[in-house]
Each structure stands twice: as structure tokens, then as C-alpha cells.
Design a protein around this ligand. Structure first.
Ligand code: FNR
Length: 374
């Protein structure tokens, strides 16, 4: 099992351990526009805060005298066994945070052995990232141009991606006051769309450099309905996952429309203010899915115990978002690696101390619900 590596660096060069320290270091290092874009949530940020406080609604029940010396953290997911039940959430425009952008993140994922999900609005092309050798899935938004979607899916298949994620919790870009104050565009031609401008269909149909309007056209479409999911299902035989589900009936509909997996998420509270915490919805979605397909989870994971709780509530794998992005901002590939390794080491210890020798033994009986006021 993985152990915290003794950090070799002297005093001031030591990398942070806690999420709060990573965030504080990133804030010092980044331009205000970039930091705020990562840190902020929609509106009053109630959803973002709820995502965090939801983890306190559930407490772990410790079991004693179980042999936990040799812990097994592996999980099967589709046709592969992953070393850890942890992956990198899709996050766009990572060159805003480090010059190597997604390539540094994917290298760290490859070194750690975790799944990496590439955003449609990545700064670097999906082919650049494929060269890192990371286990990789491709995430897309459905905009107005499904020919672009089909083209990106074809590129991903050619470049050895093994899963496609469609994100549907963002029919419009949310009301983000700090971004408005800073005049930050949702995506810009320089940082946001390296993956788009390398696409042959984009190059044929749109004039370059892409304008913010054409990026919006390609990546946002509030008219999208369930029929679009059925159409995109026909574009690929790869496992297709729907990200952004918190409503059980939507999970059932997604599976009926051909989805092979569900990602319970509210996008880290970046779009819908006032929503229920993603974690509080996880057991309901898991019950509706009834084991038919894998269920992944993100939104608010910051500690090993958080991973443990999400797995107890039925998630097969947990995705890490903002923590790795701050690692990237502070120290590039090495920073992302530190964040992942520490998070996994913390999870491994938590699981063992709670009395679980493997991920499969984490179940709902291992948690107590203490309610929002507990
Ligand atoms: C995101 N997220 C996201 N999701 C997605 O499907 N495609 C994308 O391009 C992005 N871009 C993005 C940018 C930034 C700056 C953030 C913080 C998030 C959402 C991401 O995949 C994940 O759902 C959240 O990050 C989970 O919340 P926490 O744990 O980071 O708070």
C-alpha cells in the first residue's frame, strides 16, 4: 500500500500537505483572475459550501481487531483494474495554472496510476496528453455542433482513450460574481481551447482564432435534451458516462438512453447556487441505479476520510478536482503528484484504522448518518 513519502525538500521548499495550505500557496502564486476562477462557486456559493459540510453529516463507524496489515485499494472499472479508487476530474484551461497545463497533470496521474479525465476545453490537445501514457477518458460538453463532438470522440478513440464522459449539469454558465468582477471569460482563445483548435472539424468550419462567441456555440447549448444523449451514444462503442447527475430518475433515464456509467456531481458548485450537496444525493442515485452501471462521485473531496465516506455510500471511484488544480499551480507535475499521493495515503490509513482491509468492505453499514445539525 502507498505511504506518505518523507519530503526531501528543505524548510521553505516543502510542499503543502493540507488542502488549505495548497490553496493559500496557489493564491499567492496565481494572478487573481486565475485563482478566483478555480476557487469560486456560483452565486452565494451555498452549493460549494454545502458540498464540504455534507461530509460532516456522515461519520465512520470504526471496527476493531480486523487484520488490516495488507490493504487492497484496487478497483475494477469497465475493462481495467485501477490501483486506487481515485481519479482526476476534468478541468478545463489548465494552462491558466501552469505552463505545461494538462500534460503535467496527466504525467502525475500516470506516475500515480490513477485515471485522468481530459476536458473538452483543455488548454492542451487530447493527443498531447495521450503521449503521457496516463489511463485516460475524454470529457465533452454538447454545444450546438454535434459534428465537432463526433470528431473529438473519433480523435479520442484514435488516441487510446477508454471512456467518454458527457457533462450535462451546465446548460448555461453559472452566475459567478468574482469572475464577473474580474471580467474573466468562461474560456478564452489563448488558454481555453488548445484542444478545440487542433480539431479538424473546428478548423474547417470556424475561423481562427476562435472568438468567445464561437467557443460558446461549440461548448454550451441550453436546448440540449435527452435525444442528444441518444444521438451521441451512436457515435462510439466506448463506455459512455453521464456527469452531473444528482436526481435519481435522471440516472435511470441516462441508463435507458445507453449510458454505461453515472458521475454524481454538481460541478463543485460552479453553476447552480443553492443546490443540494452532491454527497447527500449519492445514496439516492446509487439506490436508483441498483448496481446496473458504475457510479462515480465528485464535488468537495479534500481528505482521505471523504473518499472513504463516498465509497461507503456506494461510489465505485471518486474524482479529485480543485485540490489537484492547486497542486498544479504551486508545483506543476510534482505538485499534482504530491496532492494525489497524500490524498491516497490518507485514505489508505483511514480505511485501515476504520477496520477495512479492502475497498469492497466499505459499505453503508460502515457509516452513521448524524444529520445536518450533528
Ligand atoms: C471544473 N469542472 C469541469 N467539469 C467538466 O466536466 N468539464 C470541465 O471542463 C470542467 N472545468 C472545471 C474548471 C474548474 C476551474 C473547476 C474547479 C471545475 C468540474 C470538475 O470536473 C469537478 O466536478 C469539480 O471540480 C468537483 O468539485 P471540487 O471537488 O473541485 O470542489
Amino acid at each position: 500500500s502507498i505511504r506518505i513519502k518523507e519530503q526531501q525538500l528543505p524548510g521553505s521548499d516543502r510542499l503543502p500537505i493540507s488542502f488549505e495550505d495548497w490553496e493559500a500557496r496557489a493564491k499567492v502564486k496565481l494572478p487573481v483572475q486565475a485563482f478566483d476562477y478555480a476557487e469560486t462557486g456560483a452565486g452565494s456559493e451555498a452549493t460549494m459550501q454545502a458540498n464540504r459540510s455534507a461530509f460532516a453529516h456522515w461519520r465512520i463507524l470504526q471496527r476493531i481487531l480486523v487484520d488490516v496489515a495488507d490493504r487492497n485499494l484496487t478497483v475494477p472499472l469497465f475493462d481495467r483494474v485501477y490501483r486506487f479508487p481515485v481519479g482526476i476530474a476534468p478541468i478545463g484551461r489548465q494552462a491558466f495554472y501552469h505552463s505545461e497545463g494538462e500534460v503535467a497533470t496527466a504525467r502525475a496521474a500516470a506516475a500515480t496510476g490513477v485515471l485522468y479525465i481530459h476536458s473538452m476545453v483543455a488548454s492542451r490537445s487530447l493527443e498531447d496528453v495521450a503521449a503521457t501514457g496516463a489511463h485516460r477518458w475524454m470529457q465533452l460538453y454538447l454545444g450546438h455542433d454535434l459534428e465537432v463532438v463526433a470528431s473529438i470522440i473519433r480523435r479520442a478513440e484514435d488516441a487510446g482513450y477508454t471512456g467518454i464522459v458527457l457533462t450535462f449539469d451546465r446548460p448555461e454558465i453559472g452566475w459567478r460574481e468574482k469572475d464577473m468582477q474580474n471580467a474573466t471569460q468562461p474560456v478564452t482563445s489563448s488558454e481555453g481551447v488548445g484542444n478545440l483548435v487542433t480539431d479538424p472539424v473546428v478548423r474547417r468550419k470556424y475561423s481562427l482564432p476562435l472568438t468567445p462567441d464561437s467557443v460558446q456555440w461549440i461548448t454550451v447549448n441550453p436546448e440540449t435534451t435527452w435525444e442528444a444523449l441518444s444521438s451521441v451514444r451512436k457515435f462510439t462503442r466506448l463506455p459512455l458516462l453521464v456527469k452531473g447527475i444528482t436526481y435519481p430518475a435522471d440516472a435511470v433515464k441516462a441508463i435507458e438512453a445507453g449510458a454505461d456509467g453515472i458521475i454524481v456531481s454538481n460541478h463543485g458548485g460552479r453553476h447552480l447556487d443553492g443546490a443540494v450537496a452532491a454527497l447527500d444525493r449519492l445514496p439516492f442515485v446509487v439506490d436508483a441505479v441498483k448496481g446496473a452501471v458504475p457510479v462515480l462521485f465528485d464535488s468537495g473531496v479534500r481528505h482521505g476520510a471523504d473518499i472513504c465516506k463516498a465509497l461507503c455510500l456506494g461510489a465505485d471511484t471518486v474524482l479529485i478536482g480543485r485540490p489537484f488544480l492547486y497542486g498544479l499551480a504551486v508545483a506543476g507535475e510534482k505538485g499534482v503528484r504530491h496532492v494525489l499521493e497524500n490524498m491516497i495515503a490518507d485514505f489508505d490509513l483511514t480505511m485501515g484504522i476504520a477496520g477495512h482491509p479492502n475497498v469492497q468492505s466499505l459499505d453503508r453499514e460502515s457509516l452513521q448518518f448524524i444529520g445536518p445539525c450533528g
